[in-house]
Design a protein around this ligand. Sequence first.
Ligand code: AMP
Ligand code: GLY
Length: 425
Amino acid sequence: MKVLIVGGGGREHGLGWKLAQSPLVEAVIAAPGNPGLADLGRCAPVKAEDVAEIAALAVREQIGLVVIGPEAPLAAGLADRLAAVGVPVFGPSAAAAELESSKAFSKEFCARHAIPSAGYKVFDDAVRAKAYLGEREPPFVIKADGLASGKGVVIAETRAEADAAVDQILFLRKFGTAGQRIVIEDFLPGEEASFFALCDGETAMPLIAAQDHKRAFDDDKGPNTGGMGAYSPAPVFTDAVRDQTMERIILPAVRGMKAEGRPFKGVLFAGLMISADGPKLIEFNVRFGDPECEVLMRRLKSDLAPLLLACAEGTLAAAPPPDWDPRPCATVIFAANGYPDEPLTGSVVRGVERADAVEDVVVFHAGTRRDEDGLLRANGGRVLAVTALGDTLAHALAGAYHALERIDWPGGFYRRDIGWRALKR
Ligand code: AMP
Ligand code: GLY
């Protein structure tokens, strides 16, 4: 079959890299893709959120499976449109994607189905929200209801910061209509992990966990980003925690979504806080994490295509479970200077082939473009995801950092301490 990958980041390059190796996949097409995906197949100049054009492309190309990478096209109803024109699709409907696109829906859903997560209240009125903050102790957790590219969450240490966050979201509309409502949550202590499970509307199949680094700079300083690096396995995510996560969080969510008439098909990404009394849900996402996906794809030894197809077709219960490389994997993001606030794009990136040639390293393109002269240029905040396997996590990280040194790009920066939490153990 021909596969169409929707999106153009490191996650989508990772998915395309893996799917291109499948004996079931005859061609990989990406929309809009990136130079990494172009090397694997072909890119169509269609925006990921352009639902009508993506659907037309899928029909025209007789695509056997569309794999939707980012959340925005899911929330915009791309999976619904593809289903309506008869194209098999990996990714949830817009109604099911509300698990990510509305934090208020997600919190209320967890309450209805007894899924362990932080206590919360929803507000659309700043005065009431601030009065509620007055009854509580810091740290305060304040979230815009809608999609805000991972930036809609404020953890405030003081009342003044918390009040300012309420005003910025509700009055000043810092996140536009995504901030028509806010959620104020209890602060959950513990260590975070990202866990992924495939779903076909009826049942779920566990994948593995990873941990990412959200802050821009070393020592977890600086602003929150989409993720500056990731590694797998996550030492905090033991087999016992995985079983608890499946029983208490993933399977109740799949059953609950089906019962509410919004069957969930695709990958359910549970952002978890691992506390003394087990995993608690911070948030659901309805797609693979980026850069978590890059490390998962490197560790997956068996074929990805039949699993994604089984999600689309509702036959996951009969699908053989995936086989994982026991070796750890790490990815380090090479980001454009100025990321996340104002990344400077356009500078020339040299030496990606030299980095890619390092043993056990694959460089995924996250935000690049090829210019008329064939030069690779920065074209986004997160530009490359340099990904390495190793016998130990320390070896994997050494490989990734060795490869990064071979890249000649003065316009970018990366964290030097990816994996510190796991290495400290
Ligand atoms: P989110 O965008 O919901 O993943 O939140 C971004 C980050 O804020 C998370 O990765 C956590 O580090 C932190 N966070 C969100 N909600 C909570 C919470 N209830 N308690 C503690 N930390 C949180
Ligand atoms: N790396 C976190 C995310 O993709 O949301």
